[in-house]
Write a protein that binds this ligand. Structure first.
Ligand code: FES
Ligand code: FES
Length: 222
């Protein structure tokens, strides 16, 4: 094998570099017509214009009948926020991971970002705006204020809607992952509440105050 540092080796390298430059220049010239063809608007195989499918959806939102004409891909969260301007329900992750979008559908809590509005024809939807008003707070809203169950407040509407759903589940005897028994009435323990609220993330870390607020309301309702 030639030593790459010897004269012959150096000449070979010089020739192959020239060859490479020639090949590169040729490729550039050959590439021009291809690029030009791709830039032609009427190129074969171009995607057809998008067809939007819409449907009429009837919802009972916070006790009020609402009729919407929606793109069938619209999530319940976007229907509430973008079409009904109920912006109390928050969009955090839009992927079912934070709980900021939690609302109640027919009394059960649900991540509104993970469900399509058209799947809820005729359903009763309750958002944070439907739980209470500034003049007449829902007991959980009042307890969150009393116990400082928030800092920035972004997760709070979802936390409160989720807490309403969680307390209803406990009343109905629905067990959780940490319930000691699958058949006995679940306890109103901090562990039980933390588990049931684990789908609601609070970036500000107000968890202990949130549990205190829910515990107070759960105790007074028991
Ligand atoms: S926005 Fe729905 S779970 Fe995060
Ligand atoms: S209060 Fe800020 S994210 Fe929960």
């Amino acid at each position: 094998m030639n030593d790459p540092r010897d004269v012959d080796g150096a000449d070979e390298f010089a020739i192959s570099r020239r060859d490479l430059l020639i090949v590169g220049a040729t490729s550039t010239v050959l590439a021009v017509p291809v690029d030009a063809a791709a830039a032609t608007p009427a190129a074969a195989g171009a995607p057809a214009p998008e067809t939007v499918h819409t449907m009429t959806v009837n919802l009972q939102v916070n006790g009020r009948p609402r009729r919407l004409q929606l793109d069938t891909r619209t999530t319940l969260l976007d229907a509430l926020r973008e079409h009904l301007r109920l912006t109390g329900t928050k969009k955090g992750c839009d992927h079912g991971q934070c709980g900021a979008c939690t609302v109640l559908v027919d009394g059960r809590r649900i991540n509104a970002c993970l469900t399509l509005a058209v799947m809820h024809e005729g359903s009763a939807v309750t958002t944070i705006e439907g739980l209470g008003t500034p003049d007449k707070l829902h007991p959980l809203q009042a307890a969150f204020v009393k116990h400082d169950g928030y800092q920035c407040g972004y997760c709070t509407p979802g936390q409160i809607c989720s807490a309403v759903g969680a307390l209803a589940e406990i009343r109905q005897g629905v067990p959780s992952h940490v319930s000691p028994s699958l058949v006995e009435q679940p306890l109103l323990s901090a562990e039980e509440l933390r588990e049931r609220m684990s789908g609601n993330i609070c970036r500000c870390g107000a968890y202990s105050n949130i549990v205190e607020a829910i515990t107070e309301v759960a105790g007074s309702a028991a």
